[in-house]
Every structure is written in structure tokens, then in C-alpha cells.
Design a protein around this ligand. Structure first.
Ligand code: PLP
Length: 369
């Protein structure tokens, strides 16, 4: 018998659990983690190299602990793209929006407190809640994956959670949440208890509609979380950020590790922010491909959930894991998020999407015979 995890004094709530793990398989077409398929443009790679070279000369020193220049540039990007004026003090940045979410839960959740999400949704909200000792409540959705507002309001009144997650566009289903729903849930959450409402806009740049960031005006308990992993095509950078009332930014600094954002990360993100126009051009191509996937999947005979993201949820399958395996056998990796009957595919390059569509056409034919 080898010594294993069960022989260690790990916390009771972690016993028997599995770590987050989208399979990283070496197959020709990988459309399973909602990455942007386009590598960074060469001019940006050059600029990153320049900025990182300059940062390397100072690596004997700790980085700017408050990442002031980066937060200023992020505030400018958000102001320009949403029309809602923001300053450095309204923005916070961390290693991916996962770390932003972790810092929010460390600050506003924790032992004896609870967080709610409306599932199926981004599974890391619940996993990070568990990791921070925050109780997790699974809130309701309709069968079409929209949020059941009256049921959600009842859940907020009953459980009085400390943190409310609303993901829009939602992952893995792809649908956006209307502003009226977010406002109704914000009001219900405040009536139950002055709790924090975190709107996770990881995919908002791909949306048909606008960002909900302007809702921050006059709502100090609202937080908008964003990432450079999707639209910016920089998942490997690990840079997430939030916009909120400056008091929220002050509060998360109580839990952040000192110097959490390395000088190399800050330099790379600053270089990427100099190239937002080029990067966001790929977003338009991906939106077109996303819409093509929706149309072609429907033409093949699949059901598809409306998508405002860079991925599409499709079904239905009697056994979604078996369908996932059949698509994988044809060299295409999609995602089985554990939503019974459904799978999720990320919009890739036109060639990758063609390979995916060929694979699912064959799977459908097999299903029908
Ligand atoms: C809804 C949502 N939020 C946040 C993230 C985390 O992104 P990152 O930590 O790369 O910023 C993801 C990643 O897939 C996501 O789907």
C-alpha cells in the first residue's frame, strides 16, 4: 500500500474530492476549454519581449504591489469599451479571474458564510467556494437554462447568501443574462442581507449585447469580473480583473498575497493592452464562427442553446459521455461538463470548426441508423 492523499490530515470537506481537470489530451482539434484559437500577432509578441526584457532588468526587486500602471490601463480599456468612466481605484487585477474570484470569496465568504450560483454554471465558483471554506448553494434555472427569477428570489430570501454569482454569458450553456434579471437578483440579495453580487463577464466581448458594467453606478455591492484569457487570446498569461466600488478594491487587498502579480505578468499584460484593437479583431471572426456553428448544428439536427459566448452548447444525447468519446475518436476534443444530454464546443478556426462539424455529422448519422 502506498502512502496517499487519504493518509494525510487534509480538511474533511476536501476528502474524496477531485481537482478541476478539463482533459488536456494531445488530439488534432482541441475545442474544449474556450480558449481563443488564434496565436498572438507577431507585433505583439515583439512588444511583449521588449517589455519583459525591461522588467527582467529589475527582477531583483519585488514588483509594483498594487499594479498601478496595469490597473490604470485596464480602467481606460473598460471606460473606452463600455462608456462607463472608471479610475485606477475602481479596478483590481490578479492571476486569472479565478484568483479574482478566490480573493472575493476569501474577503466576503469563508467559514460560516455561503455563496450561491445558478447551475449549471462555471464549476470553479463552487470549487473555489469549497477551497475557501464557504458553503455552496446551487440555485435554480429553467429547463432552457435561463435563470428562474422568482425561484432565484425565493432562494436568496431563504438562504441569505453572502456572495451571489451570476455568469453572463453563462458557461457552459452560452446564454446571456438580461440586465433586468441581474437587477432583480441584486435587489433581492440586498433585501435578504447586504451581500456581494459578482457578475462574471469572462466572455462578454463575444456577446451580442453590451457589458453590464454601467450597472456599477450607485451599486457598491456589485462586482464585475473580467479576464484576458478569452477575448484577448491570452489564457497563458493568467490575468483577470474586476471593476467595482473602490471600497471593494480596498477590501480584497486585505487577503491578496503581497506582490501576487509578478513583474513579468504585469509587463506582458501591459503590452497586450497596447494592442487591444488588433486582438479584438479576432473576436469579430470568432463571433461569426460561433454563429455559423449554431446554424450548422441546427441544420444537422442538433438542439443548440442560444450563445453569446465563444462556445456553443449542443445536444441532446441519450448518453453525452458516449457522444463525447465518439467525437474524440474522430480527432476532435469537446467538453462534457456533466450537463446531462449536452456537450459544449468552443469556436475555433474555420478549419477546426469544419473538422468538428464533419465529426458531429457522422455521429448524428450513426445515431439515426
Ligand atoms: C465563466 C468563467 N469565469 C472565469 C473563468 C476563469 O478564467 P481565468 O482564470 O483564465 O481568467 C472561466 C474560464 O473558463 C470562465 O469560464
Amino acid at each position: 500500500m502506498t502512502f496517499g492523499i487519504d493518509d494525510l490530515p487534509v480538511r474533511d470537506e476536501l476528502r474524496g474530492k477531485s481537482p478541476y481537470g478539463a482533459p488536456q489530451l494531445d488530439v488534432p482539434v482541441r475545442l474544449n476549454t474556450n480558449e481563443n484559437p488564434y496565436p498572438l500577432p507577431e507585433a505583439l509578441v515583439e512588444r511583449i519581449t521588449e517589455r519583459v526584457r525591461a522588467a527582467a532588468r529589475d527582477l531583483n526587486r519585488y514588483p509594483d504591489r498594487d499594479a498601478v500602471e496595469l490597473r490604470t490601463r485596464l480602467a481606460e480599456y473598460l471606460t473606452k469599451t463600455t462608456g462607463h468612466p472608471l479610475d485606477t481605484g475602481d479596478v483590481w487585477a490578479a492571476n486569472g479571474s479565478n484568483e479574482v474570484i478566490q480573493q472575493l470569496l476569501q474577503t466576503f465568504g469563508g467559514p460560516g458564510r455561503t455563496a450561491i450560483g445558478f447551475e449549471p454554471s462555471y464549476s470553479m465558483h463552487g470549487l473555489i467556494a469549497r477551497g475557501t471554506g464557504t458553503g455552496w448553494i446551487s440555485g435554480p434555472r429553467h429547463a432552457d437554462f435561463t435563470i428562474d427569477v422568482p425561484a432565484a428570489e425565493r432562494a436568496l430570501a431563504e438562504h441569505r447568501p453572502d456572495v451571489v454569482f451570476i455568469t453572463t454569458p453563462n458557461n457552459p450553456t452560452g446564454n446571456a443574462v438580461p440586465a433586468e434579471t441581474v437587477l432583480a437578483l441584486y435587489e433581492a440579495a440586498q433585501a435578504a442581507k447586504p451581500s456581494m453580487v459578482v457578475v462574471d463577464e469572462a466572455y462578454v466581448e463575444f456577446s451580442h449585447g453590451a457589458s453590464l458594467l454601467p450597472l456599477l453606478a450607485g451599486r457598491p455591492h456589485l462586482v464585475i469580473s473580467r479576464t484576458m484569457s478569452k477575448a484577448f487570446g491570452a489564457a497563458g498569461l493568467r490575468l483577470g480583473y474586476l471593476a467595482a466600488h473602490p471600497a471593494v478594491v480596498d477590501a480584497v487587498q486585505l487577503v491578496r498575497l503581497p506582490y501576487h502579480l509578478s513583474a513579468v505578468t504585469q509587463a506582458t499584460a501591459l503590452a497586450a493592452l497596447e494592442h487591444t484593437d488588433t486582438l479584438l479583431k479576432y473576436v469579430e471572426q470568432l463571433k461569426t464562427e460561433r454563429d455559423r456553428l449554431v446554424a450548422e448544428l441546427r441544420a444537422i439536427g442538433y438542439e443548440v442553446t442560444e450563445s453569446d459566448a465563444n462556445f456553443v452548447q449542443f445536444g441532446r444525447f441519450a448518453d453525452s459521455h458516449e457522444a463525447w468519446r465518439k467525437i474524440l475518436d474522430r480527432g476532435v476534443l469537446v467538453r462534457d461538463n456533466g450537463v446531462p444530454g449536452w456537450l459544449r464546443v468552443t469556436a475555433g478556426t474555420p478549419e477546426e470548426n469544419d473538422a468538428f462539424l464533419d465529426a458531429v455529422r457522422e455521429v448524428k448519422k450513426e445515431q439515426n441508423t
